[in-house]
Design a protein. Structure first.
Lengths: 351, 304
């Protein structure tokens, strides 16, 4: 009898294993409860794989990785994947909850008509600062000037980090100079480069990974970083009982908004499960779980009622309509532009 | 009879030779020669629009395809890339010299200790490898951080003399410290294996002939240890040259090395051909250096 039970459980295990959804997502970009709930609902298993930036994901796919049903790339990477014919068009008949998405985040230049992509969440690249220190030093927090102008930086020498990302940092500099974040005129890039080189001696590091910890500990007082990282830094600081909070602030010159969308990869064996998952994530309650967890921006109107009140009030998570007009999504560069930008970046790093 | 034996033995000996040298040969072929050839080929291609490579042949003439020298032109069009190489060399050279200075006395100490404690000491040298490389580098973030004891003491002393505070973390200093720390065992071990084999009677003879301690070291031990120094230096210099993780984690705003630049071409810039070109340049330079070191080792050895 016991043997039969064992056999049965093995068999059912095998059946479960066959119903697998392969999700290729950012690190820490979905709540464990959400995954569990979906697994119960669909009686399937979600197999997750992670990446920490779009380029890593694109490089892995370019090198031939396959078998992913769903990927969650940022806008310009969605565009890349569409133009590579790497994505499967969505069947909207299976996505009744698509109506929940705020129209402001639909029909973007990356995927007109949302043939391939469904908005998932967004982050804004902005300023994060130590409330106590910035107040003590009497510095402004609503402008990129504080990160680029030596007259402010003098008070912050060695206490500032900026993202170790060519596109993001140049975009911030371009915004401060009054250009579009997507400006591709080389002379403007050079202006941005000169601005960065002038500010660089005051910065501690180009940092893409450890600035959350540095903010929490209080070693770094001002960063150019992602809104959800700064949210995390503040949570950690509160948990550790620090006397300061870490605040995110959207510069008035505007900033970069990165909208991550769910797409179906060609190589995914289970488009049926993938559609179910996307529609599940479009449910406001499920979508809100991520925002409550990591403070990511939420394009889902139905989710707002489930998001904690203090997050809904936070302008760096839910910018108002005026701020929204100054936010830009980064477009992809062509190969020549990428090479030129890379050289400018090398100059910045070496000067 | 003798001749027959020779004929009978030769195939067996040949087989044995192949069995011994075959696997490493195959390994080098598979993991060094083949990737290098792929890299050389890639460096003459155009970058694909989405990363990877543009096709060599294309049906419609509008899409970019074929072979080109443009990555090499681009490399030599700007002094900045040669400068990255030069800077990486300086870092690698400094790391090697510091490692040598630190490792030599240690290796000598271990080699001249009694046999029993020797094994324990060697074990201690290798012990750091028991934990992950990244964890050990991250540990330096804490050790060098502004609130750590080291920074406090140094800045306390500087404060007494009215000198401005220094930041140890995110600096060339931090990069160098971690480079030395990570690569030190690679210098100690070859030095130790060399020094351990020295015949102590040579030193006795030198002493009998009136050499003082310094002369005994400089004219006997040191020349004999040159092969150990060369292999240790190669084991430190070459990995440091390609290192990107340490400058990424501990470096400040100006600590880009050639490894970082290459990594960036494959990720952020999605420019595989140019990344390949940089890698090939690095390989060529490293091979040149190894060749130089081998020659230098040989002539010096003969001289000694």
């Amino acid at each position: 009898m016991r043997r039969i039970c064992l056999l049965l459980s093995l068999l059912s295990g095998a059946a479960l294993a066959a119903d697998e959804l392969h999700l290729y997502n950012w690190n820490n970009y979905i709540s464990a409860q959400t995954i569990e709930r979906f697994e119960t609902e669909c009686a399937c298993k979600v197999v997750q794989d992670y990446y920490s930036d779009n380029e890593e994901m694109l490089a892995k796919l370019a090198a031939g990785a396959s078998g992913y049903d769903i990927i969650v790339p940022t806008g310009n990477a969605v565009e890349s994947l569409i133009r590579q014919h790497a994505l499967r068009p969505l069947d909207k008949n299976h996505l009744p909850h698509l109506k929940n998405i705020n129209p402001a985040y639909l029909d973007t230049a990356f995927d007109l008509g949302n043939v391939y992509s469904v908005p998932y969440a967004y982050t804004i690249t902005l300023l994060g600062y130590n409330s106590q220190k910035i107040a003590e030093l009497g510095l402004p927090s609503d402008t990129w000037a504080v990160i680029f102008e030596p007259r402010y930086l003098e008070k912050l020498k060695g206490r500032v980090t900026v993202l170790d990302s060519q596109r993001e940092l140049i975009a911030a500099a371009l915004k401060y100079l009054g250009y579009s974040a997507n400006d591709v005129i080389e002379a403007h890039w050079q202006q941005a480069r000169d601005l960065i080189i002038r500010a660089k001696p005051y910065w501690a590091a180009f940092n893409a990974s450890s600035y959350i910890k540095e903010l929490t500990v209080g070693d770094i007082w001002l960063v150019h970083g992602y809104s959800n990282d700064i949210f995390q830094a503040n949570l950690d600081a509160q948990k550790a009982g620090r006397p300061f909070s870490v605040v995110a602030s959207l510069p008035k010159e505007g900033a970069v908004l990165s909208l991550d969308s769910m797409v179906l990869h060609n190589s995914g064996p289970r488009p049926d499960l993938a559609h179910r998952f996307i529609d599940f994530m479009l449910d406001g309650k499920n979508s809100a779980e991520l925002t409550n967890l990591i403070g990511s921006g939420n394009p889902n109107l139905d989710a707002l009622q489930y998001v904690r009140a203090e997050i809904v009030r936070d302008k760096s998570v839910f910018p108002d309509s005026v701020q929204l007009r100054h936010l830009e999504m980064l477009r992809d560069l062509d190969r020549k532009q990428r090479r030129v930008l890379s050289r400018i970046w090398t100059e910045i790093k070496l000067k | 009879m003798n001749e027959q034996e020779k004929i009978r033995l030769t195939p067996a000996a040949r087989l044995g030779k192949w069995l011994v040298s075959g696997p490493p040969f195959l390994f080098l072929l598979l993991f060094f020669v083949a990737p290098s050839i792929i890299m050389v080929l890639a460096s003459f291609r155009y970058p694909g629009e989405f990363g990877a490579l543009a096709p060599i042949a294309s049906a419609d003439s509008d899409t970019l395809h074929g072979l080109t020298l443009e990555t090499y032109e681009f490399f030599f069009s700007d002094i900045i890339y040669s400068y990255v190489f030069f800077k990486s060399f300086l870092v690698a050279l400094a790391t090697t010299l510091i490692c040598l200075t630190l490792a030599y006395p240690l290796a000598l100490l271990i080699a001249r200790s009694p046999k029993k404690s020797r094994d324990l000491m060697v074990l201690l040298v290798v012990l750091p490898f028991a934990s992950s490389f990244l964890i050990r580098v991250y540990a330096w973030m804490i050790l060098l951080g502004p609130q750590a004891a080291l920074s406090q003491v140094i800045n306390g002393m500087l404060g007494v003399f009215g000198i401005a505070q220094v930041y140890l973390l995110f600096s060339p200093f931090a990069v160098l410290v971690a480079m030395v720390y990570v690569h030190l065992p690679f210098m100690v071990l070859p030095l130790y294996t060399n020094l351990e084999k020295h015949d102590p009677s040579l030193l006795d003879a030198a002493q009998d002939l009136g050499a003082n301690a310094w002369q005994r070291f400089w004219q006997v031990t040191f020349p004999l240890s040159l092969p150990g120094i060369f292999s240790g230096s190669a084991l430190v210099f070459i990995p440091v040259l390609g290192m990107f993780a340490i400058p990424d984690i501990l470096g400040g705003t100006g600590d880009m090395l050639i490894g970082n630049l290459i990594k960036e071409q494959f990720l952020a810039t999605r420019d595989w051909p140019f990344g390949s070109t940089l890698s090939i340049m690095l390989t060529i330079v490293v091979l040149l250096l190894v060749w130089l070191a081998v020659r230098l080792g040989r002539t010096r050895g003969r001289y000694a």
